[in-house]
Design a protein around this ligand. Sequence first.
Ligand SMILES: C[S@@+](CC[C@H](N)C(=O)[O-])C[C@H]1O[C@@H](n2cnc3c(N)ncnc32)[C@H](O)[C@@H]1O
Length: 358
Amino acid sequence: MIKGVNSAPTKASLSSKKAPGKGALKLEKSTQKAPAAEMPQSDLNSANTTSTHITVLLEEAVHALAIKSNGTYVDGTFGRGGHSKKILAQLDLSGRLIAFDRDVSAVAAGKEIQDLRFSMVHSHFAGMKNKLGEMGISKVDGILLDLGISSPQIDEGDRGFSFRFDAPLDMRMDQTSGRTAEEFLAVTTEKELAEVIKNYGEERFAKQIARAIITERNDGRAITTTGQLTKVVAGAVTRHEPGQNPATRTFQALRIFVNQELEELSLTLPQCLALLAPGGRLAVISFHSLEDRMVKQFIRDQANCDDLPSNFPVRAADLPQPKMISVGKTIKPNAAEIKRNVRSRSAVMRVAERTHVV
Ligand SMILES: C[S@@+](CC[C@H](N)C(=O)[O-])C[C@H]1O[C@@H](n2cnc3c(N)ncnc32)[C@H](O)[C@@H]1O
């Protein structure tokens, strides 16, 4: 098992700060967009038409929450507030919206919203239940999670998320805590690295890539930049999807690992169940199959509690009742949205409603 998987982020993993001065290499115009000809086909590294975030499934996600104007709502992934602003617009004076983001720039953008019904919290969403508890909130009417990273995070080249820019290999959404990708690559073993790349990147050349990275490190050329990583991976991958940069899957894997994205989700879904009032809605937008599978399974587990043998001697009324029911089918962006925002194309939204069962 990969360290940190299926477990809460450890205190140590969340507290180690990036060493000062590290990664202070020259950036090649890291804040500029790459010319179109260099653009890979992967969703995340595809260029956006603006430097801000284009909200994905905006109408659909807010509609899915079935907003009650006096309700209390949580946006677990504020980003640049596209969903939050639309939710706020549907609340009356007694409604409330609490937004979370682990990214300092996102939090700064949220703090610009001057609205007494709105609170912006700098926290990972796995801290949701505690933070809401501190605010005296134990039940909410809807929770939205729009997973992954935002366009500003990708397009600000010095964050290290994109192979379109040469930059220090950071990749943390929350740059105030945790281990950077560079720090991870400096200490990991070949076996662990191969597992990370295989499990989180679903990369068939994971072993070869891990070997190449560790060989570089052992030869005194530790990987500290996105440019170096892209080059080493390209040398280890002999076949890749047409139009896709060979490093796409490795970047995805490292990002998911560094930010403990799957652990975050698995810690948060049960909190959503506990926090939602009867009739409250959960809407989750995922961008890759690892997340979507987890959401699908979670909703299914809450909904299917009658999987006892058919001849089990129990009256129908005594059967355990579902704590959540799935609402509608999965929702994906339509062709017009994908045309407007190519990064939306891998999005999948699942919606569930909390029942009265405790
Ligand atoms: C796809 S963007 C959300 C965009 C937003 N819905 C909007 O319309 O602007 C994802 C955001 O969630 C944040 N994020 C991702 N995982 C997080 C986590 N575990 N805890 C808190 N914030 C997280 C990222 O920092 C990023 O700002």
